[in-house]
Write a protein that binds this ligand. Structure first.
Ligand code: SME
Length: 150
């Protein structure tokens, strides 16, 4: 099954209407996004909990590493640069952190609230080259609609 981003956006908007708690929102998005597409084998958030530091937030899938400094991994690169990281082959990404050895490709998108960067959304796939620019753009739009005014 491939995600229908229009339908996913509609259900996320309906489910999160009026909610302002970041953890409640992240938990709901992790669940909705994870189950929307067979390519998504791990879906979750890392939160900025101290300057230069990400800690695990709500997620779906196998266990995730608990702590990622901004100078480590794909998540750290997304947080540090505040730009989306689309990685078709994680083995070719210097410093990639392998939480699951089955992961082959990864998409990490920075999450912004009104006060600035609050974390990243990380989606891992066991398929090589699983993600494209449409995924990045649609998920960036969903994240902005949910978090940007908080
Ligand atoms: N692979 C990520 C780490 C997080 S896990 O995959 C859940 C990275 O390199 O930042």
């Amino acid at each position: 099954m491939r995600v229908d981003y229009h339908a996913l956006t509609q259900s996320i908007v309906a489910l999160t209407a009026g909610e302002t708690d970041e953890i409640a929102l992240m938990a709901t998005l992790a669940c909705e996004i994870h189950h929307s597409d067979d390519r998504f084998d791990w879906t979750g958030f890392y939160r900025v909990t101290a300057p230069g530091l990400l800690k695990i937030g709500p997620y779906q899938g196998g266990h995730g590493c608990l702590v990622i400094p901004f100078d480590k991994g794909v998540c750290g690169a997304a947080a540090r640069s505040e730009t989306t990281q689309l990685v078709p082959d994680v083995n070719a990404f210097p410093g990639h952190i392998a939480c699951a050895s089955s992961t082959r490709s990864e998409l990490v998108i920075p999450v912004f609230a009104a006060r600035g960067l609050i974390g990243v959304l990380d989606i891992d796939s066991d398929r090589p080259d699983a993600f494209d620019a449409e995924d990045a753009k649609a998920l960036e739009t969903i994240l902005a609609s949910v978090f940007s005014d908080l």
